[in-house]
Design a protein around this ligand. Structure first.
Ligand SMILES: *Cc1c(COP(=O)(O)O)cnc(C)c1O
Length: 403
């Protein structure tokens, strides 16, 4: 039971994956191959993702979160000990390495900073795109800053040239959180090539899915090699090589690594989905433009803006409910839910979640633009397979609710 009475239109979900017969066949082929964990398909996915990003290396992971964690680990981000992280036993919290990121992102980007023993430093966003604000970034950098994570929010690339103007003179690596942005371009250059490394997500709701999965891409051979090692226990040979036709080989543990590898079933699904990436993103763009037209005259509702020098991946259609509207964001959310329309909130600012406030001392007022947006933003359904009539229904429901 959906709670919607009969006679009402069927519930419109916030997201539905686009899985076709080719996707099913790709997974079935792996199931029937006799080899289920990471092997040829994961390796092929690494090459594909590196290629579409215009870089040399890919490291397949079981999530984008894992890819971000590996990127930070491979860069040596830690508790403040320089060089070997284990060497400095009395590094106190005040001396921890810092990683700057914007709070309008998924919490895992900040959580992995903590997993490294480092401290997340939140800096404010630009009001038009909700991407990291280069001026706020410049103010947030300290001598302890070791890396910057720039999310391409909603699929719209961050202002990478200005971010590099801040970071490059300080030799600060920039990691792209490209979970929303596979296939996007910034000033003609592909996302994935715009920083030291980039992380993609193949989570169920992302533009390309493997159910769960992720990918680190980089042009930095040493970073890729370190991330690869750490992705599978810190083991000198992966399973494929341990049990190859050449027979069993001994392996060694050379670092306390993680279990972050991606197996071939999801890798095959992601490969099949990537065949459709251009078509998926083109259809997302068409639906976004339809939303733009239909919502243009709905008062009190403001879609995020897009800049002329980027091609977005159109991952999310985010609107902001203006302050002073007859309904606030939560009111609009309730009205759409009552109309049988699924919605999402991307994102309430990370630094205001209870753990971040209570354990780490973050407070409202630190990132005013992000905090205001966090109260106002709402994501409307957007996925290939959404029909024009669905978009019209959502737009109409917004118009009615805000009238
Ligand atoms: C989904 C998402 C992630 C995490 O992706 P997983 O593959 O689920 O780990 C990271 N950052 C952003 C911005 C996301 O939306």
């Amino acid at each position: 039971m959906t709670g919607v009475s009969s006679g009402d239109p069927p519930r419109l979900p916030f997201h539905l994956p686009s899985i076709d017969a080719a996707d099913e066949a790709a997974v079935l082929e792996v199931l029937r191959s006799g080899w289920l964990t990471s092997a040829g398909k994961a390796a092929e996915l690494e090459r594909r993702c590196a290629e579409l990003s215009g870089v040399a290396h890919g490291v397949a992971t079981n999530s984008c979160t894992a890819a971000l964690h590996l990127a930070l680990m491979a860069l040596g981000v830690g508790s403040g000990a320089s060089g070997d992280a284990a060497a400095d036993s009395d590094a106190d919290a005040g001396a921890a390495d810092e990683v700057v990121l914007s709070p309008i992102t998924f919490a895992s980007a900040a959580n992995v900073v903590l997993h490294c023993g480092a401290r997340p430093v939140f800096c404010d966003v630009q009001p038009d795109t909700l991407n990291i604000d280069p001026e706020a970034l410049a103010a947030a950098v300290t001598p302890r800053t070791r890396a910057v994570i720039a999310v391409h929010f909603a699929g719209h690339p961050a202002d990478m040239d200005r971010i590099h103007e801040v970071c490059d003179p300080l030799d600060l690596p920039v990691i792209e959180d490209a979970a929303h942005a596979i296939g996007a371009r910034y000033r003609g250059r592909p996302v994935g090539s715009l920083g030291r490394a980039a992380a993609y997500s193949f989570y169920a709701t992302k533009n390309v899915t493997s159910g769960e999965g992720g990918m680190l891409v980089t042009d930095d051979a040493a970073l890729a090699e370190r991330a690869k090692l750490l992705s599978l226990h810190g083991m000198t040979r992966d399973a494929w090589k341990r049990y190859s036709d050449a027979g069993y080989r001994h392996w060694d543990i050379v670092a306390p690594g993680f279990k972050y590898n991606l197996s071939d079933m999801p890798a095959a699904l992601a490969l099949s989905q990537l065949d459709k990436l251009a078509a998926f993103n083109a259809e997302r763009r068409r639906l976004v433009e339809l939303y733009d037209r239909l919502l243009a005259d709905v008062s009190n509702l403001e879609p995020l803006s897009r800049r002329a020098d980027v091609e977005s991946a159109y991952h999310l259609y985010v609107v902001r409910v203006r302050a002073g509207a007859p309904l606030d964001r939560d009111g609009l959310m309730a009205a759409l839910t009552a109309a049988g329309i699924g919605v999402g909130v991307h994102f309430r600012p990370v630094h205001l979640h209870p753990y971040y406030r209570e354990a780490l001392g973050f407070r409202p007022g630190m990132c005013p633009v992000a905090e205001a947006a966090g109260e106002q933003l709402l994501s409307l359904p957007l996925f290939p397979g959404l029909r024009d009539a669905d978009v019209e229904r959502v737009a109409e429901a917004c118009r009615t609710a805000l009238a």
